[in-house]
Ligand binder design. Structure first.
Ligand SMILES: [Cu+2]
Length: 177
C-alpha cells in the first residue's frame, strides 16, 4: 500500500482518525462565526487572501493546539491547497479535519485543504468542514492574548508568514449541557 504523496508518507498514522474525547470541549464545534471584535488581519500571497488566522487557548494537559483561519479566498483561476505549516513553538504542524461522531470529536490528518479557483474556503472554528492546522506537541500551553508567528505552506502560492493571536472563540465553548 502506498500513500499518494510523499508528505503523507513521512507522517505517521495519516489514515487513522484520532479520538479525542477529553480535548473535545476545547475544539467544540461551535454554532457560529469567529469573534467579530477581533482584529482583522489580512494577508495576500499570489492570488490568495488569507483573512484572520487565530489559535485557541489550550486546556490544561492538552499537548496540541489548533490554528484556524476565518477565510481563505482565491482570486486566481487555478485551485490551490493549504498543505502544511510551521510554528516555532510546536514540533510539527498537521493539516486536520474534524467531525463530530456520536458526540465524540474525531480528527484526522488530510493531505491538504482545497482553495477552489475563484472561490474560498472557511477554516474557522465551528465550520462544518472542520478544517484546521494542528500544532503538534507544543513547547508551552497557548494562552489567551499570546501572539505567535506561523508559516502557512500552499502548494501553488508557496510559503507565507502570518501573525496568529490566541483568542477564545465566542462560540466554541459554553454550549455543553
Ligand atoms: Cu486536529
Amino acid at each position: 500500500m502506498t500513500f499518494l504523496t510523499q508528505r503523507l508518507a513521512r507522517r505517521q498514522t495519516a489514515s487513522s482518525w484520532l479520538v479525542l474525547m477529553l480535548a473535545a470541549s476545547a475544539f467544540a464545534l461551535g454554532l457560529g462565526s469567529a469573534p467579530s471584535r477581533a482584529s482583522n488581519q489580512e494577508y495576500r500571497k499570489g492570488s490568495l487572501e488569507i483573512e484572520h488566522p487565530y489559535a485557541t487557548p489550550t486546556a490544561p494537559g492538552q499537548p496540541h493546539g489548533a490554528l484556524f483561519i476565518r477565510e481563505i479566498k482565491n482570486r486566481g483561476t487555478t485551485a490551490d491547497q493549504l498543505i502544511g505549516g510551521r510554528v516555532s513553538i510546536a514540533k510539527s504542524v498537521e493539516v486536520h479535519q474534524m467531525i463530530m461522531d456520536n458526540n465524540v470529536m474525531k480528527m484526522r490528518e488530510i493531505p491538504g485543504i482545497e482553495v477552489p479557483a475563484k472561490g474560498k474556503v472557511s477554516m474557522k472554528q465551528g465550520s462544518k468542514e472542520g478544517y484546521h492546522l494542528m500544532l503538534m506537541n507544543l513547547n508551552a500551553p497557548l494562552k489567551e492574548g499570546d501572539r505567535l508567528k506561523a508559516t502557512l505552506i500552499f502548494k501553488q502560492a508557496g510559503e507565507l508568514e502570518v501573525d496568529v493571536i490566541v483568542e477564545k472563540s465566542h462560540h466554541g465553548h459554553g454550549h455543553r449541557h
